[in-house]
Design a binder for this molecule. Structure first.
Ligand code: GLN
Length: 305
């Protein structure tokens, strides 16, 4: 069998020239404080084995990776009804762009751009009970770690700089695609984005997507096999925003990124892989994280193509 530990340790050294090429997100002031030279990577195999390297145990702001888990929650409660509120096509625009939103009558292209995540969360918030608790409990369950929690400093910082997201939410509300109070929605959205998890947490949390919704570690199925398949398809086509094509070309896996510098990728049938390196490329995806995943699929031959 391939020596996964040696492979990860090799990648942690081989990505070194990539540092300094990207830029830590600073439009959310608290994220600008994160040291640029962090690097962690973890894999969780369907067999239960796990391997990690570098800062893989250190929690960081998951940001848009949370959109994946909120979509899972929304799909598990509402099934295909989710697709009446958001599409499943790549947007070709930045994650926080509004340019198509008015032309397309307040229905966002997909659940992974900011307006799409807001619409998905709005649907989830229509359930009885506190959506924040629901999201936190789900992440703790998926990561099998009760210490998973929100980073309050990041949450407040983001809430204080949420003008674009607020504008999108109001525009969608004007078109009837947001039903909740916009301020409640924004607070819950900033909460989900400010959840802090490590690469090890994320790799375990992503495993059900690789294994048809069910793992031997979690007590009950997280998703149906059909839902897991569909979420992977949307990740592959929309998970890396407007660089989704070059990411598929270089890495060849369904993946979801966040501006905290994390990327969670899925090797269908086999494992999930999480990587963290805070400096971002021009599209808002981790520069070194993408490099690391490209090396990983090349060395392990796990790309799906
Ligand atoms: N919380 C961030 C925002 O709303 C999430 C963006 C991201 O991670 N791509 O801008």
């Amino acid at each position: 069998m391939l020596d996964y530990q040696a492979t990860l340790d090799y990648i942690a050294e081989a990505v070194e020239p990539g540092f300094g090429k990207g830029k830590v997100a600073d439009y959310i002031p608290a994220l600008a404080e994160v040291p640029a030279r962090k690097f962690g990577m973890a894999i969780q195999l369907a067999s239960g084995e796990r391997f990690s390297t570098g800062d893989a145990h250190e929690p960081f702001s998951i940001q848009s990776i949370s959109k994946l888990f909120v979509l899972e929650l929304a799909m598990s409660h509402f099934g295909d009804m989710v697709w009446t509120r958001v599409g499943k096509e790549p947007s070709g625009d930045r994650f926080n762009s509004m340019i198509k939103l008015e032309m397309e009558h307040g229905v966002p292209r997909n659940p992974f751009i900011n307006p799409g995540a807001l619409a998905t969360l709005d649907l989830l918030m229509s359930l009885k009970g506190d959506a924040k608790h629901r999201i936190r409990n789900f992440l703790r369950y998926l990561a099998m770690n009760d210490k998973v929690d929100v980073d309050d400093v990041v949450m407040r910082s983001e809430l204080g700089h949420a003008s674009l997201n607020r504008a999108m939410a109001h525009l969608m509300k004007g078109y009837g695609n947001i039903h909740m109070d916009v301020e409640d929605l924004l607070e819950t959205y900033c909460f989900q984005c400010a959840m802090a998890m490590s690469c090890e947490d994320l790799a375990l949390a992503g495993l059900p997507l690789a294994t048809g919704g069910y793992t031997e570690m979690h007590d009950s199925a997280v998703l149906s096999a059909a839902q897991a398949k569909r979420i992977n398809a949307v990740m592959l086509t929309c998970g890396m925003y407007d660089s989704v094509g070059s990411f598929a070309y270089r890495v060849g896996l369904p993946a979801k990124s966040g501006v905290g510098g994390g990327i969670l990728a899925v090797v269908p049938g086999t494992m999930s892989v999480a990587v963290w390196a805070p400096e971002l490329d021009q599209f808002g995806n981790s520069y070194v994280g993408t490099m690391a995943l490209e090396m990983f699929t090349k060395l392990t031959r796990t790309g799906i193509f």
